[in-house]
Design a protein around this ligand. Structure first.
Ligand code: NDP
Length: 243
């Protein structure tokens, strides 16, 4: 596909869900995808699949909380493929709970992965993209970056932050395209780490109006494939049955 073929696209959180679906779709359209996450056996299997169908892909172990590992991930991609065209900061977690449950360890994890992880990703590619004079940064927020619900306060706060960081970055740059991606409920492994019983029930309810991750991958493909002077600044994708 035009403006996708041979682009080097880095994807964090590529071992499952939206990241995996996006890696598979972009590779099918001719992009060179570099997958990062902690579960490397999964990344290896996805990369093998992509390569067996003629796609170009590589992976590197990555914990987005650790800025050093994020820099190593980016350096690996640059050394292997020569440049970075797109950084898709997608890794995230969602251990929902009401504030009163005081799951402060989980609050900190959300902040570390969902906010600091995105900042680490931006910091790792920004100098390189500025030097190249082009590039695209896509950050995964959520429809939860637009509205807060019970049991979702800290998760939504993290996604409001991703939205604000993306919008600020977009306004500061005249050469780098910045896209904030706001998916609605999507069938993935997200929420597998919910320890609060009531919040786990809420997820089961939401799953009844869930999208397939391919719908989100298609939106990412759209944002990347636009002409270089077009910045798709935000994409909100939700199930037609959601309110
Ligand atoms: P998944 O749980 O399927 O995927 C999450 C990905 O993030 C996994 O690949 C996981 O890999 C990775 N990840 C988690 N922590 C880290 C870390 N510390 N370092 C590196 N990678 C990490 O869920 P989704 O695909 O749904 O989630 C992707 C993004 O989409 C998230 O940011 C989520 O908040 C957002 N989102 C999802 C929605 C949904 O309904 N599914 C709706 C709106 C937004 P590993 O564990 O191997 O490291």
């Amino acid at each position: 596909m035009q403006n996708v073929e041979n682009k080097v696209v880095l994807i964090t959180g590529a071992s499952s869900g939206i990241g995996e679906a996006t890696a598979r779709l972009l590779a099918k359209q001719g992009a060179i995808v570099v997958l990062g996450a902690r579960r490397t056996e999964r990344l290896a299997a996805i990369v093998r699949d992509i390569q067996q169908t003629g796609g170009q892909a590589a992976y590197h172990a990555l914990d987005v909380v650790d800025a050093k590992q994020v820099n190593e991930f980016v350096t690996f991609a640059k050394d292997t493929f020569g440049r970075i065209d797109v950084m898709f900061n997608n890794a995230g977690i969602m251990p929902l709970s009401p504030m009163g449950a005081l799951k402060t360890d989980e609050w900190n994890k959300i902040i570390d992965i969902n906010i600091k992880g995105v900042l680490n990703g931006i910091a790792a590619v920004l100098p390189l993209m500025e030097q190249q004079g082009n590039g695209q940064i896509i950050n995964t927020a959520s429809t939860g970056a637009h509205a807060v619900g019970p049991s979702c306060a800290v998760y939504c706060a993290s996604k409001y932050a991703v939205w604000a960081i993306s919008e600020g970055l977009r306004q500061e740059s005249s050469t780098i395209r910045v896209t904030v991606l706001s998916p609605g409920v999507t069938t993935t492994e997200l929420g597998h780490d919910i320890t609060d019983e009531a919040a786990a029930g809420l997820i089961e309810q939401l799953r009844t109006m869930s999208l397939n991750p391919d719908a989100i991958a298609n939106a990412v493909l759209y944002a990347i494939s636009q002409p270089d002077n077009v910045d798709v600044s935000e994409l909100v994708i939700r199930s037609v049955s959601s309110k």
